[in-house]
Design a protein around this ligand. Structure first.
Ligand code: PGA
Length: 276
């Protein structure tokens, strides 16, 4: 069965207390759902919270292991890692990473640091970073290279503005973003592309399912042409909530969702997961 991927992007929201309440509440309710049909869940909190959330998840995973097996202290490290990986339902991701490995880059966080905190994914090229931090496609391509080097799966965001959508030029714009943001000289085993029209992010406006289907079809054709990419998934993002998620997820070509505002509420996010 082809599982959907549902990603929560908390952006710069929540305190550590909020994060703890969210994780405990979400985890508790998630355990009651049918685990076989569960989508792949990726939680992208502010980077500073990744390690904290990883520890919270480990605590509950160790408790589960101890219920059925022996004391975790007696289990060999590699074996324990495997057991944890088998029961982990919430994957972790960051919202950005540096293109550099290390050095004098005040305020930046490297892909390795993210990996070391327990994350396996990283959102790159989100329109808020493109706009607020003037990130270019070229920089995003360097960040994808850095992420791949550490084994992080990149979640590349692309999307047009309202004016671009209204002109017939928006497909060319998306094609250009894909061509320039994805490194040319790198084999990419796995990449997630999130189509997030800028005019839809946080506005409550969403394209029709027909428009989503057509745009994703276009993106799919472009990615298929790229011989360096082995596996790709295409998500939709922008004003997704528990009311519209079911319909969007049923739309052709949609492999999953990238959810911003509606992911801050654990119960609302769980409803989105349930709609898959
Ligand atoms: P939104 O944000 O769901 O709040 O519209 C989506 C995103 O920016 O990833």
């Amino acid at each position: 069965m082809n599982k959907k991927i549902i990603i929560a992007n908390w952006k710069m929201n929540g305190s550590f207390d909020d994060a703890q309440i969210w994780v405990e509440n979400f985890n508790h309710k998630l355990a009651k759902l049918d685990q076989k049909s569960l989508s792949k869940i990726v939680l992208c909190p502010p980077a500073i919270m990744i390690d904290f959330i990883d520890e919270l998840l480990l605590e509950s995973e160790f408790a589960q292991i101890e219920k059925t097996q022996k004391n975790v202290a007696e289990i060999e490290e590699k074996e324990l890692e495997k057991l944890v990986a088998n029961i982990r339902k919430i994957n972790l991701g960051a919202q950005d990473c540096s293109p550099h490995e290390k050095g004098a880059f005040t305020g930046d966080i490297s892909a390795k640091m993210i990996k070391d905190c327990g994350a396996n994914y990283v959102i790159l090229g989100h329109s808020e970073r493109r706009q607020n931090h003037k990130e270019s496609d070229e920089l995003i391509s360097e960040k994808i290279t850095a992420a791949k080097k550490e084994g992080l799966t990149p979640i590349l965001c692309i999307g047009e503005s309202k004016a671009q959508r209204e002109s017939e030029e928006f497909k060319n714009f998306l094609k250009n973003q894909l061509e320039k943001s994805i490194p040319h000289n790198l084999k990419i085993e796995k990449i997630i592309v999130a189509y997030e029209p800028i005019w839809s992010i946080g506005t409550g406006l969403i394209p029709s399912c027909k428009q989503i289907e057509e745009t994703l079809e276009f993106i799919k054709n472009e990615l298929t042409k790229n011989k360096n990419i082995s596996v790709f998934k295409i998500l939709y993002g922008g004003s997704v909530n528990a009311k519209n998620s079911g319909e969007i997820l049923k739309t052709k070509n949609v492999d999953g969702l990238l959810v911003g505002g509606a992911s801050l509420d654990a119960e609302g996010f769980l409803e989105i997961i349930k709609s898959a």
